[in-house]
Design a protein around this ligand. Structure first.
Ligand SMILES: *Cc1c(COP(=O)(O)O)cnc(C)c1O
Length: 352
């Protein structure tokens, strides 16, 4: 049976060449006589895999020397707690911008660790928009400003990096990291789970500016302390070795595709194809405001929701998998991450 492209939001499709290479190297990684999963994480072979993955990611994102790159575990939901533990830095409150389910969840978790000021919210539009920057009520003394760059459930994505002045900008980039070039120097901290737009679950990416380190709250667990992890080259605890290996293969694949500018061009073409078809259709609609539609997650509704089940069943039969919308939004959602080829999007458009 041929590989079925998945439109699922939770775990990304992986590029087929990456899976083939991993299969070839499964029993014996390049003459080492063992699988990557069996290697010592401090041995020469794994250390080279780890270092190369870090170097390739630094290259792809053009991460400046001012920022540390950490490979951690726990995913973005764990980061919702780890960020305030490391980033409050003795300050009284942090600003959060609420644009959907994931930023709402970040806010709820951060409230356990300090005062959270919701500087702006698009709850009044049912999270189908991003509050205009000139209406954000930012606190100049805030420890940081937190945004979710792409709301995976609602399909709302920032089109530019908001200017928040001197206060460090923190972003959950779980579902759009590596989808397009990003000016990392504009951020104090970026974090995201790898399983949306990179590869396997288990790896969490953290990129943090040097000057924000060294002030974690004393109750911060060592494994979640950015400063200690930076000092230990992300090996304070045993890292998720196999996930790092696969992510490293994805980074090489992305470089071979032409890097993030090339991915952005492809992702824009894929998204345009789908949004144009939805907008032109009398049967479907997309609820998200046009100026913040996500390139990665496209929610859409049938004007007659009674037809959803039939649509999904027929889509599945055509190999268009995991198109069911998130339960809080309903309808359908097509996640068109990096590894989804335009042919897959065309197949979906043909099915509309
Ligand atoms: C999936 C997702 C999360 C949760 O990630 P976990 O890895 O399951 O902890 C958080 N934020 C965003 C934007 C997501 O897409």
């Amino acid at each position: 049976r041929p590989r079925v492209g998945t439109f699922g939001a939770g775990r990304a499709a992986l590029p087929e060449p990456v899976l083939r290479q991993a299969a070839e190297e499964m029993l014996d990684w390049r003459g080492s006589g063992m699988s990557v999963m069996e290697m010592s994480h401090r041995g020469r072979d794994f250390m080279s895999i780890h270092a190369e993955a870090q170097a390739d990611l630094r290259d792809l994102l053009a991460i400046p020397a001012s920022h540390k790159l950490l490979f951690m575990q726990g995913g973005a939901i764990a980061e919702n707690a780890i960020v305030p533990m490391n980033m409050f830095r003795g300050r009284a409150s942090a600003d959060y911008v609420e644009t959907g389910a994931w930023s709402t969840r970040s806010i709820a978790e951060a409230r356990r660790y300090g005062h959270v000021n919701v500087a702006a919210s698009s709850a009044d539009t049912k999270f189908t928009s991003i509050p205009p920057r000139d209406r954000w009520k930012l606190d100049p003394a805030a420890a940081y400003v937190h945004i979710c760059s792409n709301e995976t459930i609602g399909g709302v994505q920032y089109q530019t990096v908001p200017d928040v002045g001197e206060v460090p900008l923190v972003a959950d980039v779980s579902s759009d990291i590596l989808s397009r070039p990003l000016d990392v120097s504009r951020f104090g901290l970026l974090y995201g789970g790898a399983q949306k737009n990179i590869g396997p679950a288990g790896l969490t990416i953290v990129i943090v500016r040097d000057d924000l380190l060294g002030q974690a709250h004393p109750y911060t667990p060592d494994a979640f302390n950015y400063t200690l992890q930076a000092e230990a080259d992300s090996m304070l605890n045993t890292p998720p070795t196999y996930a790092i290996y696969i992510a490293g293969l994805v980074f090489k694949w992305l470089k071979a595709q032409g890097g993030l500018a090339a991915m952005a061009a492809r992702n824009e073409a894929k998204a345009r194809l789908l949004y144009d078809a939805l907008d032109a259709s009398a049967l479907y609609s997309c609820p998200v405001a046009r100026d913040c539609r996500s390139l990665m997650n496209v929610p859409f509704h049938l004007k007659d929701p009674a037809l959803d089940a039939t649509f999904l069943k027929e889509a599945e039969a055509r190999g268009l998998a995991q198109l069911k919308g998130h339960r809080v939004v309903g309808g359908m959602r097509a996640s068109i991450y990096n590894a989804m080829p335009i042919e897959g999007v065309q197949a979906l458009v043909d099915h509309l």
